[in-house]
Design a protein around this ligand. Structure first.
Ligand code: T46
Length: 148
């Protein structure tokens, strides 16, 4: 069964990335399976968002992701089928790690936002739930059968 959104908030609150600061500036470090709980199989980034158009609007069945605003800011709305929690990403030493099973909407992009995403698997369209009604059914099925 999916954790409730209040448990999720405790579990996946934005984490600080290990950062070494010296007179030259800052160097932030992420090591797979040490600083984030999965092997990184894919990296992609989102940038030059047009007219502040939202992205996301889907959930993943299996994929874990870690998201960093390398520059600028945006808001990530995470939904568990009943409640929503909002995370603001606005610092390059912050990372939002979230597990599969949650609907996400990415909104309020600053014009200069560059969002880096580390993913636990290769791109696979069949891992997406892009239809909202299908997502609600998925959540209900999970509640009825936690083994799903
Ligand atoms: C997510 C949020 C944060 C690929 O071909 N390979 C890829 O690795 C990705 C991520 C996307 N695509 C294709 C699939 C679509 O035809 O690129 C197109 C745009 O993807 P999408 O509409 O899913 O983009 P976003 O920004 O709504 O969502 C993306 C990720 O897909 C998603 O996993 O959590 O960023």
């Amino acid at each position: 069964m999916l954790p409730r959104i209040d448990e999720l908030a405790k579990k996946i609150s934005i984490n600080k990335i290990r950062t070494i600061c010296d007179y030259r500036g800052n160097l932030s470090i992420i090591e797979a399976q040490k600083d984030i709980p999965f092997e990184i199989k894919r990296v992609y980034y989102i940038w030059d968002n047009k007219d502040n158009l939202p992205r996301g609007g889907h959930a993943h069945k299996e994929l874990w992701q870690a998201i960093i605003a390398m520059h600028g800011s945006c808001k990530i709305k995470i939904y568990d089928g009943k409640s929503t929690i909002d995370y603001i990403l606005d610092k390059p030493d912050n990372v939002l790690i979230f597990p599969p099973g949650y609907w996400r909407d990415l909104v309020a992009f600053a014009d200069d936002c560059v969002l880096l995403v580390l993913a636990s698997d290769y791109y696979n369209e069949s891992d997406y739930i892009r239809d909202y009604n299908e997502y609600i059914k998925y959540v209900q099925d999970r509640e009825e059968n936690p083994l799903l």
